[in-house]
Design a protein. Structure first.
Length: 279
């Protein structure tokens, strides 16, 4: 047996850290509280039909996979983090929905070529560190003429700006890792998919978030539930001044996006892209 290369070991370590980060907090609750309808928006945009073979990549707790199964599709929900899959399994069971849950790396999917009619990801694959590797896997497992559907936060939108605000406080990204919000740029995604797809449809939309009474409530909610935010705060836990600075930056971000209606109401922008695989 060949000994693992340094690159293989480094990648394994990176993925373990990534898996552990998304197990922090309570992303399933956050998704249910803040973006419950985005998965259905992606499912509708993909135009899937009963009986379609569907793969949800980086599915988390199934905010798109479960609506796809409701539509009658035969769904596999894959994710790197087993804790998120377990939460999705519980949700699906409560709704009487059957689908397959599979732990998998978006950059090395354990599925055959051309296996699915629809391959989609809702705020998931964007967080895999190597964008081209993930895009190559999306198109590899989708059949000729099938549909690839993606819904991702934009760099200019609220979540993209939140990641920019957290970057100076977060652990440094590993060499070669690309920023997640780049998946919210049309030109970037078109370049990743290349001439392997046709009939590309793209639109920018927003989701209205009115859960929080004050900007500071948004910050405190994400500090307790969102893995990347928790990781950033852990990275600076020994530095009270930097912790206070990040506290202020996140509250100020929410304040700038607030519509000023008396409670904190914000519109968070995302990019919705669908494409057909070449025949």
């Amino acid at each position: 047996m060949t000994a693992p290369t340094a690159a293989t070991e480094a990648d394994r370590t990176l993925k373990e850290k990534h898996r552990a980060m998304w197990a922090l907090g309570d992303y399933p609750a956050l998704a249910a509280d803040i973006i419950p309808g985005l998965g259905q928006i992606l499912v509708t945009a993909c135009g899937m039909r009963a009986g379609d073979r569907v793969l949800d990549v980086a599915a988390g707790s199934g905010n798109a996979a479960i609506p796809a199964a409701h539509a009658g599709a035969r769904v596999v929900a894959s994710d790197l983090t087993p804790e998120l899959l377990a939460a999705g399994q519980r949700q699906a069971a409560q709704q009487g929905i059957e689908l397959e849950w599979r732990q998998a790396d978006a950059e090395a999917l354990p599925f055959g070529d051309d296996q699915f009619d629809v391959v989609m990801s809702c705020l998931g694959v964007m967080f895999a560190p190597h964008h081209q590797a993930s895009a190559d896997e999306l198109v590899r497992v989708c059949r000729p003429g099938g549909t690839v559907g993606l819904l991702n936060w934009t760099p200019e939108g609220f979540i993209g700006q939140m990641f920019a605000a957290m970057k100076p406080y977060a652990p440094p990204p590993p060499p070669g890792a690309q920023p997640p919000p780049m998946w919210g740029r049309e030109d970037h995604v078109r370049a990743l998919l290349g001439d392997r797809v046709r009939d590309v449809s793209v639109r920018r939309e927003t989701v209205r978030v009115g859960l929080f009474a004050r900007p500071a409530d948004f910050r405190d909610y994400f500090k307790g539930r969102y893995g990347p935010t928790i990781a950033a705060y852990r990275n600076i836990a020994a530095d009270p001044a930097r912790t206070a600075a990040l506290d202020q930056e996140l509250a100020d971000l929410a304040r700038r996006h607030d519509h000023g209606t008396g409670t904190t109401v914000m519109d968070w922008e995302y990019l919705l892209l669908t494409a057909r695989m070449q025949p």
